[in-house]
Design a protein around this ligand. Structure first.
Ligand SMILES: *Cc1c(COP(=O)(O)O)cnc(C)c1O
Length: 243
């Protein structure tokens, strides 16, 4: 790439932009935690860096962000290879084709969008081949009419899918994930997700993660019990229309 010009200056400006956004986001998180009667700092931020360069991941790591979310296999794999910061937790949060699972299994610490048994098996196989153990969230569809493009298992099948994940030695069932329906009531949807999380935890007590909420609805998610919020725009800005 030909963007080596004035990297230092650019990176200093970007660093302060990210620092300002992160401070504002932290305030939102603390306010939402407090409003929900939850401990300050109890909600984890997953910074969604899709479409942003690896240098942004580095800057966020310097600013203390630990969880990174990516939604496309090729982009994520390339970025992971480029980033030198260590100690990051890489989340895959996109719709994942079964034949791409082995690639994701090489770099993702957890896959938050597992919504079918074929994917459970493919990921387990990939994890074994990579000699890794991968965390998994069961993505539950919160849409009134499940939409294959948005992903997610039907709520009635979530527990069964969680059982399938837990049965794989190479996978570590961590909890559930959901995306609020477009134009729907996020509070109701996230309440539903929390109920399903409870059903999963009844059988798998260590599966405590609830990943819900993005830039525009993280308050509703935290009110409903989210342990992780996935934030892109509010932290990094409006995504560039690349790739
Ligand atoms: C892009 C994305 C996000 C972040 O969305 P923003 O509105 O930019 O905060 C969260 N979750 C998933 C699954 C995404 O694909």
């Amino acid at each position: 790439m030909v963007v080596e010009v004035n990297t230092e200056g650019h990176s200093a400006a970007r660093r302060s932009e990210l620092a300002v956004n992160l401070a504002a986001l932290d305030e939102r998180l603390r306010a939402a935690e407090s409003a929900a009667g939850r401990a300050a700092g109890s909600v984890e931020l997953v910074a969604v860096t899709k479409k942003w360069p690896a240098t942004d991941v580095e800057l966020l790591a310097e600013l203390g962000v630990r969880h990174i979310g990516e939604n496309r296999q090729q982009e994520a794999e390339a970025k992971f290879a480029e980033v030198v910061a260590t100690g990051l937790v890489w989340h895959f949060i996109g719709q994942l084709q079964t034949n791409k699972a082995k690639h994701v299994a090489r770099f993702a610490d957890q896959v938050d969008t597992v919504d079918r048994t074929a994917l459970v098996r493919a990921l387990a196989k990939g994890a074994v081949a990579a000699d890794r153990r991968i965390g998994v969230l069961v993505q539950v569809s919160l849409d009134p009419d499940p939409d294959p493009a948005r992903g997610g298992v039907a709520p009635a099948q979530a527990v069964e899918l969680a059982d399938a994940v837990a049965a794989e030695d190479a996978l570590n069932l961590l909890g559930v994930m959901g995306v609020a329906p477009l134009g729907g009531d996020a509070r109701v949807a996230f309440g539903r997700l929390a109920e399903i999380a409870g059903q999963v935890q009844d059988r798998h007590p260590d599966a405590t993660q609830i990943s819900a909420g993005m830039s525009h609805d993280l308050e509703q998610a935290i009110a409903a019990g989210a342990t992780h919020v996935r934030v892109g725009t509010a932290l990094l800005g409006t995504r560039p229309p690349l790739g």
